[in-house]
Write a protein that binds this ligand. Structure first.
Ligand SMILES: [Zn+2]
Length: 477
């Protein structure tokens, strides 16, 4: 008995030591590792007109970079500014129309992950997939959102400005579901976009403004139509970076735009060709005509989940995956912007993405916080999205299409935010009613209103507002 007992305690001791080592390793990694990715960091990255947007330029542009696999990190792919080599699987073929053959990657860095005792809890071993959808929003987008919601997965949508303009409610739906939105230019027309940087720039800024009007946040992530390869020259790369943007390519191409009507089975096969890499950025499309991509999506998600991946949205906390400049196009014969133009446009732009302050909201015993970009300051007032604030304070919001009103239940009160009249009408728990005039506005399908009016109508009494270097704060009892 004694021997057995000692045996157990020795084994327990060994286990404890092992557990401690694993824990310490995890803690050390956590310290050194990147900050958690959140949409709420305020750094974003974010239609059926005239057929598939990709089709506008004739040949399927995304086939320019096919998701071929190579046995090692391909020289065609670099992570700018990153000292850490990453196993990439994308490979730009020599010909823009070509599609390199697919072969199995030899899983660099994979065995380590499998050897870890608790891979799911170890960030070092955590494989991450970033689903990205280009060319929307379109009639396909709601289906994609439905699947993402059902699977509890988030994605990054690189939206086209003119599509966003005609379907702001879909931009809002993408955003409110916690997905990231990136900029995919205004009209996706290669010929003009790659004729010179200033024109490309004008489309980026135009689209950015459209998205900002809807979500309140400027997309910092940009995806070049067709990818950067063969399109961006050194000027494009350099000025976009200097202006504060992150040009994000991909590592795996689902092949859903190599021609029209690629069947779901083929999209699935291409999408899950590599489930070994620690980081997969998967290119998909939710533009018009891409129903098959939506059809393939549940199975794509299932396969990555089964392979142990977590799903994240792209954001500015890590360097984006980028294709190396095309050797012949590094200094393409395009007109370069002059210094005066750069000083006027590029230099001040980076400040738009400088970190701002979060806004903390205290309402009675509850507290929440809005990240920079999630609220605005207009005429000295904090303007906030109704849904985000109410839901984070434990309330509920619904939308009445007939009266253009938001119905919120917060702090025991029922509040009607009327965007037509510009009024907040409330009914208290004891049946008392009241109303206050308020600049309740509808922006891209979301209701925005002054924070103080919202708190007042919910029966909170304002105590004060403060601003320190770390944060802004509004207190109400
Ligand atoms: Zn595209």
């Amino acid at each position: 008995m004694v021997r057995k007992k000692r045996g157990i305690s020795r084994r327990t001791a060994v286990r404890l030591v092992l557990a401690a080592v694993v824990l310490m390793a995890a803690l050390i990694y956590r310290e050194a590792g990147p900050p958690p990715l959140e949409k709420s960091s305020g750094k974003l990255d974010a239609a059926d007109s005239g057929g598939a947007a990709e089709g506008r330029d004739g040949a399927s542009p995304h086939s320019a970079i096919s998701g071929a696999l190579s046995g090692q990190a391909h020289p065609g792919l670099v992570v700018r500014g990153s000292s850490q080599p990453m196993p990439f699987v994308g490979l730009p073929p020599a010909s823009p129309e070509g599609r390199a053959p697919v072969s199995r990657i030899s899983g660099a860095g994979v065995s380590k992950a499998k050897a870890m005792p608790a891979p799911a809890k170890n960030r070092a071993a955590q494989k991450t997939v970033y689903l990205t959808f280009d060319d929307g929003p379109s009639a396909v987008t709601p289906k994609v959102l439905e699947i993402l919601r059902r699977e509890q997965v988030k994605a990054t949508f690189f939206v086209i400005g003119d599509q966003a303009e005609t379907r702001p409610e879909l931009i809002n739906a993408i955003w409110e579901q916690g997905n990231a939105i990136g900029n995919h230019t205004y009209d996706h027309n290669y010929k003009d976009l790659y004729s010179g940087f200033t024109y490309f720039w004008s489309q980026i800024k135009k689209t950015e403004e459209i998205v900002r009007q809807i979500t309140g946040v400027r997309p910092q992530l940009v995806r070049a139509p067709g990818g950067t390869y063969g399109h961006f020259d050194d000027t494009y790369f350099h000025l976009m970076k200097q202006a504060g943007y992150l040009a994000a390519d991909w590592t795996v191409d689902s092949g859903d735009s190599v021609r029209r009507g690629v069947p779901a089975a083929e999209i699935l096969k291409n999408s899950v060709q590599d489930t070994q890499s620690s980081r997969v950025v998967l290119l998909l499309h939710d533009g018009a005509g891409h129903q098959e991509s939506a059809k393939a999506l549940p199975e794509i998600i299932k396969k990555y989940k089964a392979a142990g991946y977590v799903f994240k949205t792209l954001d500015s906390s890590s360097e984006p995956v980028q294709f190396k400049p095309h050797p012949d196009k590094r200094a393409a014969e395009r007109t370069k912007p002059n210094e005066a133009w750069i000083a006027a446009n590029i230099t001040p732009n980076a400040a738009l993405f400088a970190p701002g302050k979060p806004l903390a909201v205290e309402a009675g015993t509850l507290q929440t916080s809005l990240q920079p970009g999630e609220y605005r300051i207009e005429n000295g007032q904090y303007i906030v999205p109704l849904r985000a604030v109410v839901e984070r304070l434990g309330g509920q919001v619904s939308w009445d299409t007939g009266t253009h009103s938001g119905l919120a239940v917060l702090n025991g009160r029922t509040i009607t935010a009327d965007t037509d009249v510009g009024e907040l009408a409330f009914t208290a728990g004891d049946g008392n009613r009241g109303a206050i005039a308020s600049e309740v506005t509808l922006r891209g399908g979301a209701i925005w209103l002054p924070l103080r009016d919202l708190l007042k109508s919910a029966g909170h009494r304002l105590i004060g507002a403060t601003s320190v270097p770390e944060e802004r704060r509004v207190k109400a009892s």
